[in-house]
Ligand binder design. Structure first.
Ligand code: BGC
Length: 440
């Protein structure tokens, strides 16, 4: 068996991604907190509670872990409801706390990437109609202005909105995120407002910080036709157009084209300095005339797919190549802003990471400009409507004691970050089943 190392490009960013509500704990003034109080909204009636206790200061020990594991970057999000707890009130202490975190990253020689919106809004924003009401665009703009002004000495890499496509889909079509509606028309309205909010944020950040790099993080999902029927092909294409394309295309060309609705959004064209790609899995889609509320499609995984512990993710590493090729149409550098798998026992994760990174390496060899990889995630966290049932961390978390439990993947990923590559030794040690594929 040949041996060697697949080396990544110089200055490649290696890190993990986290989101405020999922790790901070005691976030009690946002839409997710309210959602957690309603019966039946979160699996097993769970609450985010103390989460990973970052607000209590445990970000320090987690950043230490990441640094000791050779990570040179970290993606985190800031919580709007902490910074602006009421329409007429800014909390300077909260901003100080985020400042400290960003300085903490610099002290550990890690590049920060900050996400300004990751699925949660202040309750007072929700009371005004949240993303359904176009007034949110100016509210968000004020929050961005205040936060970026405060944090720009410590950050120049910004993600405006995390996964607007997932947000619109989960909150307004599937109804599993707050406000729990099932109204495709509203979903498109929300998405269009998010395009406008992104564009406003992009220009505000560049006015404040000309050297900033601003992007969004899109969840790319590969949709393949389930069969050979033309209707399956049509529906798979329509899914991809709607879910994957609508948002970034609007930021690229200024045209919001959701098949059903087409209009130009002034100021949106050319508002991406980089594209953040969150890639987890691919699905197949079958046409179904009965699935009216789901745009006539039924989604599933292929029968022979290797599934994650809770069945939410099918192991399909080649999808990351599709994802990067797809992302290249927007003509800007790309960063993998999330990729990972739920796996408490760490059975699949080493293979998942290695095979995805190997395919990422392959696509980079074909001159696709990918500048970094952020693993989802550092420590097990509050997984939204799935509560604490999913374990995406390189480290596990004992919720009772807040102890962190190192999984083998943490050491494996550390080796990859340290050497800036995937060596045959690492594959042999952590996922020997991948050797024939990676080092044939
Ligand atoms: C989201 C994360 C989430 C992860 C795993 C991504 O879509 O950005 O917040 O925890 O998926 O479900």
């Amino acid at each position: 068996m040949p041996s060697g190392t697949y080396l990544f490009t110089k200055n490649f960013l290696w890190g993990c991604a986290t989101a405020a509500h999922q790790v901070e704990g005691r976030n009690e003034n946002n839409t997710w907190f309210a959602w957690e109080q309603e019966d039946g909204r979160i699996l097993e009636g769970a609450h985010s509670g103390l989460a990973c206790d970052w607000w209590g200061g445990r970000w320090r020990e987690d950043f230490d872990r990441a640094q000791a594991a050779s990570q040179n970057a970290h993606r985190l999000s800031i919580e709007w409801s902490r910074i602006q707890p009421a329409p007429d009130r800014w909390d300077e202490d909260a901003l100080d706390r985020y400042r400290e975190m960003l300085i903490g990253l610099h002290e550990r020689k890690m590049t920060p990437m900050v996400t300004l919106h990751h699925f949660s809004e202040p309750l007072w924003v929700a009371e005004k109609g949240g993303w359904e009401n176009e007034a949110i665009i100016e509210l968000f703009a004020a929050f961005v202005m205040k936060s970026v002004e405060a944090l720009m000495p410590y950050c120049s890499l910004w993600v405006t909105i995390n996964e607007p496509n997932v947000y619109a889909f989960h909150a307004y079509i599937e109804g599993v995120f707050p406000p729990g509606k099932k109204d495709p028309k509203l979903a498109l309205q929300v998405l269009a407002h998010m395009v406008r909010a992104h564009a406003r944020a992009y220009h505000i950040i560049h006015d404040l910080q000309p050297e900033a790099r601003v992007g969004c993080a899109i969840n790319y999902r590969g949709f393949k036709p389930a069969g050979w029927f033309p209707a399956d092909r049509w529906v798979a294409k329509a899914y991809s157009r709607l879910f994957n394309d609508t948002f970034p295309r609007a930021l690229h060309s200024g045209l919001f084209d959701s098949i059903i609705k087409k209009h130009t959004i002034p100021g949106a064209a050319g508002t991406l300095d980089f594209l953040g790609l969150n890639y987890f899995t691919c699905e197949q889609v079958r046409f179904s005339p009965l699935a009216m509320g789901a745009f006539f499609g039924r989604r599933s995984f292929p029968q022979d797919a290797l599934l994650s512990e809770t069945g939410m993710i099918a192991h399909h590493p080649f999808g990351i190549i599709d994802c990067v090729r797809w992302g290249s149409q927007f003509g800007v550098p790309m960063i993998i802003t999330e990729n990972g798998v739920d796996d408490q026992e760490d059975d699949l994760r080493p293979q998942y990471i290695l095979e995805h990174l190997h395919d990422l390496w392959r696509v980079i060899q074909n001159y696709y400009p990918v500048q970094g990889y952020f693993h989802w995630t550092l420590v097990d966290n509050f997984e939204w409507e799935r509560g604490w049932t999913q374990h995406f961390g390189l480290w596990g978390l004992d919720l009772e004691t807040q102890a962190r439990l190192r999984r083998p993947s943490a050491s494996m990923y550390a080796d990859i970050c340290r050497t800036n590559g995937i060596s045959s030794d690492v594959v042999e040690e952590y996922a020997p089943q991948s050797l024939p594929k990676l080092f044939p």
